[in-house]
Write a protein that binds this ligand. Structure first.
Ligand SMILES: NC(=O)c1ccc[n+]([C@@H]2O[C@H](COP(=O)([O-])OP(=O)(O)OC[C@H]3O[C@@H](n4cnc5c(N)ncnc54)[C@H](O)[C@@H]3O)[C@@H](O)[C@H]2O)c1
Length: 337
């Protein structure tokens, strides 16, 4: 296939990032259609992306648009039925994480992917494509830190965006389902093993609105793996300094830390405040390269007839483990998987 024609569903915060990437940064891809339930987003597609074939109805886009593939960047609860419909309509599918919001719908998406083996299904666990995470994995495979046995992950949204987090939290599924799916995927990826038990806690010290909405501000969870390895995840929404994503993988011969200081770039400012490293401010900024690289890989998989490394089963596992963490938080005891 010379050129892959893509229709995008959802042009919100992340949809706009993917749409711009497909338009301007992915060789061999062309954005030919767009769909959203928000009229303003369709105007954006027409005016900013020069995409005139727009739809408010997703199924109508699948039926009428000239597309080979869809990029699903809609609200998480829409993902699974949209995956099934796209595959049934003969389209390749890129879908944002999480795969689904419960295990049943993830299993239905698995069955659809299995039913159409000639179609590419790509799940947006883009951190695996981030140059630093990919490099860490390469070093682990080369034996640089021996046998990895502990992953510590931190993911804290900036305080500057806390109003949005508060607004979103009552419908987000809770802090683990909303925020931990990338870290859960990375733990499984780095350790090459599966979670058997999770114990999760949560607390709220700054914004009581999180608790009032049935969620919490900060979560901390421990994960036991089948081979005895350990995972630890700290998620939160009130980082004073910026968007803090940090991961450490500890092995028998050493350890690797990815962005121990979540720096904006390599510059250090020396002024009356001291020697200051500015921090990265948001996910589109921190993972700009990763969003491009994962979309390049999706398009390359279609053009070369290759299957991606990330599978639909990785999506189900991440959702299932996040649910176990949410259950542990609610019921105050460890949960077995
Ligand atoms: N990989 C990452 O780092 C990352 C970061 C942020 C969000 N996400 C995921 O991306 C998805 C979108 O997140 P967002 O922050 O852009 O949300 P958003 O609310 O800003 O945008 C979602 C868009 O989907 C559209 N939509 C909803 N239902 C639709 C339907 N049935 N048909 C067509 N369009 C529909 C809405 O118009 C909305 O604009 C979520 O699943 C989220 O979990 C992933």
């Amino acid at each position: 296939m010379d050129e892959v024609k893509v229709g995008i569903a959802g042009l919100g915060r992340l949809g706009k990032v993917h749409a711009n990437n497909i338009c301007y940064k992915i060789p061999g891809a062309k954005l030919t259609a767009a769909c959203s339930v928000a009229e303003a987003e369709l105007e954006y597609a027409k005016n900013e992306l020069d995409v005139s074939d727009v739809y408010t109805d997703y199924l109508e886009m699948l039926k009428s648009a000239d597309i080979d593939a869809v990029a699903i960047v809609t609200t998480s609860s829409e993902h699974c039925w949209q995956i099934e419909a796209a595959l049934a309509a003969g389209k390749h599918v890129f879908c944002e994480k999480p795969l689904g919001i419960n295990e049943e719908e993830c299993k239905a998406a698995e069955r659809a992917v299995e039913k159409y083996p000639d179609k590419i299904f790509f799940l947006g666990f883009m951190r695996r494509y981030d140059p630093s995470y990919a490099y860490a994995m390469q070093k682990i495979k080369e034996g640089a830190i021996g046998k990895p046995y502990l992953v510590k992950a931190t993911g804290i949204d900036p305080e500057s965006l806390v109003e949005g987090s508060i607004k979103f939290c009552s419908t987000s599924g809770g802090i683990y389902i909303d925020m931990a799916s990338h870290d859960i995927d990375l733990m499984r990826w780095f350790l090459g093993d599966e979670v058997t038990e999770v114990y999760a806690l949560g607390c709220t010290f700054k914004h009581p609105e999180f608790e009032a909405n049935g969620d919490c501000e900060t979560g901390c969870a421990m994960f036991r793996f089948k081979n005895g390895a350990i995972g630890q995840i700290h998620v939160g929404r009130t980082a004073a300094h910026g968007y803090h994503i940090e991961t450490e993988v500890v092995g028998t011969e050493g350890s690797i830390r990815i962005s121990p200081v979540p720096a904006k770039n390599l510059a250090m400012i020396y002024d009356k405040n001291g020697a200051v490293v500015e921090c990265v401010g948001s996910f589109p900024e921190r993972f700009a390269d990763a969003y491009v690289l994962e979309m390049k890989e999706f398009i390359a998989c279609i053009r070369e007839g290759r299957k991606p490394d990330v599978t639909v089963y990785d999506g189900t596992k991440s959702t299932k483990i996040a649910y176990a963490a949410a259950q542990s938080l609610k019921e105050h005891h460890p949960v077995q998987l």
